[in-house]
Design a protein around this ligand. Structure first.
Ligand SMILES: Nc1nc2c(ncn2[C@@H]2O[C@H](COP(=O)(O)OP(=O)(O)OP(=O)(O)O)[C@@H](O)[C@H]2O)c(=O)[nH]1
Ligand SMILES: [Mg+2]
Length: 255
């Protein structure tokens, strides 16, 4: 009788695939829910929503695609004014948590007629003020430009809406296109942005999250922040054991 003697396989680290199966930030399903060009055509509010606001072209729609790891779920364009209505998307994570992601039309795009700009402003304001399921607004600011008057107006508007009978809307600051900032200057750009942000009641604007739709930097931090503000925790412990920590939204580098 012959016996084959094979050397035992060395204990290897979990494969990338196995790790991915556990990854709560992996989105296993995402879909378009509805688009609304008027407040009356918004779908009924069902669960916590996270809205993405900011100037035209800052990267709101691209950021949603990066969050759900799909290139074409949301239409993006190098021409400002690409998103013209409020678009709602649903994303389901590996661990079963479901998120409503809301792409808002951008502001500050002056090549539209005054009446169209006014209609967009009232649509966005009506949504921000009246949506009972709105949990948080992620204000996107180009890392190279910093906060501009339109952004400050949005912050003031959300702060002034705190009297509305619903859970206070959290505000988070996201610095987009950090891939366009020299590596050595990213930290300084984020610090400057955070320092320029007004002190809000929630205080969440204190640290901007750096993000790039090109490199995916910041994706994990954004998901941590979104899970925290929607209270859909459930993030598996990260190797450093800090997933879901209160100050996760303020971390600026991707894991
Ligand atoms: N380098 C770089 N380019 C980006 C990034 N995010 C978006 N872009 C580009 O910026 C342009 C605008 O992106 P969108 O995601 O359509 O911007 P938006 O904020 O949704 O614009 P509106 O719908 O007009 O309000 C596109 O050409 C994108 O490819 C990024 O992180 N890095
Ligand atoms: Mg857009």
């Amino acid at each position: 009788m012959t016996t084959s003697r094979r050397a035992p396989k060395p204990q290897s680290a979990p494969t990338a695939r196995a790790e991915r199966q556990l990854d709560p930030f992996q989105i296993v399903d995402s879909s378009f829910v509805a688009g609304a060009g008027s407040l009356a055509s918004l779908p009924p509010p069902v669960s916590a929503e996270v809205a993405f606001g900011g100037r035209s072209n800052v990267g709101k729609s691209s950021l949603i695609n990066t969050l759900v790891e799909r290139k074409g779920l949301v239409r993006t364009s190098s021409n400002p004014g690409s998103t013209r209505q409020i678009n709602l998307y649903e994303a389901r994570a590996r661990d079963g948590a479901v998120f409503q992601l809301v792409d808002l039309p951008g502001y500050g795009f002056t090549r539209r007629s005054k009446s169209e700009q006014a209609a967009w402003a009232s649509l966005i304001e009506g949504y921000l003020r009246g949506r009972v399921t709105l949990a948080a607004v992620l204000l996107l600011v180009d890392a190279r430009r910093g906060l501009e008057e339109d952004d400050l107006e949005l912050i003031r508007f959300i702060e002034a809406s705190r009297d509305v009978a619903r859970r206070p809307v959290e505000l988070l600051l996201v610095a987009t296109k950090v891939d366009k900032v020299p590596r050595s200057s990213v930290r300084r750009a984020l610090d400057q942005l955070s320092a320029a942000a007004p002190r809000t009641a929630g205080g969440a604007l204190r640290r901007a999250i750096g993000f790039s739709s090109i490199t995916g930097e910041g994706r994990r931090d954004l998901w941590l922040a979104i899970r925290r503000v929607t209270r859909l925790g459930g993030a598996a412990p990260s190797p450093s054991g800090d997933a879901g920590r209160e100050d996760d939204a303020s971390r600026t580098t991707d894991g």
